[in-house]
Design a protein around this ligand. Structure first.
Ligand SMILES: Cc1cc2nc3c(=O)[nH]c(=O)nc-3n(C[C@H](O)[C@H](O)[C@H](O)COP(=O)(O)O)c2cc1C
Length: 180
């Protein structure tokens, strides 16, 4: 049965998770920019960095996903906000519902991981976007902030790395289920 890990990563944190998963499962990992033929795949493990709620590269990759009924998608988001926060999880999930066709949602298992950011490495557009966002949320009282905005304010302008390979464990278990 054919399986592949695909990642959408702009600054490398999602790629690090994808390559670790690949090492642990021996499933090849490729960037969404370099997709092979996916039509015969039984399982796709797609990891994507979150950018304004969107999963990087997913829209592009979706067009090449298999259409057969046995196909399973394991979708993993990588964002800065804490995925253990239930409100954050609900927000990410609500956004995902809009990014996946309804039929595929029933064939999908979703997981959330925490990534990393280094403001020094952001491109000009992203720096400007984050500066604008910061201006709009920094005046909100801290207790009124969502987990997402809290993480944003706490890390703004800095380098933060929340990557934890232990959090891949439930995803590994899900992949094992698919292999059997
Ligand atoms: C422009 C921009 C928008 C972002 N939007 C979100 C977001 O909506 N939710 C979130 O949790 N993290 C957000 N992040 C943080 C990234 O998801 C996080 O840094 C992730 O680890 C990036 O993955 P990558 O290093 O693989 O590109 C954003 C970062 C940038 C630069």
């Amino acid at each position: 049965m054919k399986q592949i890990i695909i990642y959408g990563s702009q600054y490398g944190s999602t790629q690090r998770y994808a390559e670790k998963l690949s090492e642990q499962t021996s499933i090849p990992a490729v960037s969404y920019n370099l997709l092979p033929d996916l039509s015969e795949m039984k399982t796709i493990i797609y990891l994507g960095g979150l950018y304004a709620g969107g999963v990087l590269g997913l829209k592009k990759a979706l067009r090449f996903f298999p259409v057969h009924d046995e196909f399973k998608l394991i979708l993993v988001t990588v964002g800065l906000a804490d995925p253990k926060d239930s409100e954050n999880q609900e927000n990410i999930d609500a956004n995902l519902q809009k990014q996946l066709p309804e039929k595929l949602l029933h064939q999908t298992k979703i997981f959330h991981l925490r990534g990393a950011i280094d403001y020094k490495k952001l491109n000009v557009g992203h720096k400007a976007l984050m500066a604008l966002l910061y201006q709009s949320v920094r005046k909100t009282a801290f207790e009124k902030l969502t987990a997402e905005n809290r993480a944003f304010i706490e890390t703004y302008g800095k380098q933060a790395d929340f990557i934890d390979f232990q959090t891949l464990q439930p995803i590994l278990q899900e992949i094992q289920k698919e292999i059997i």
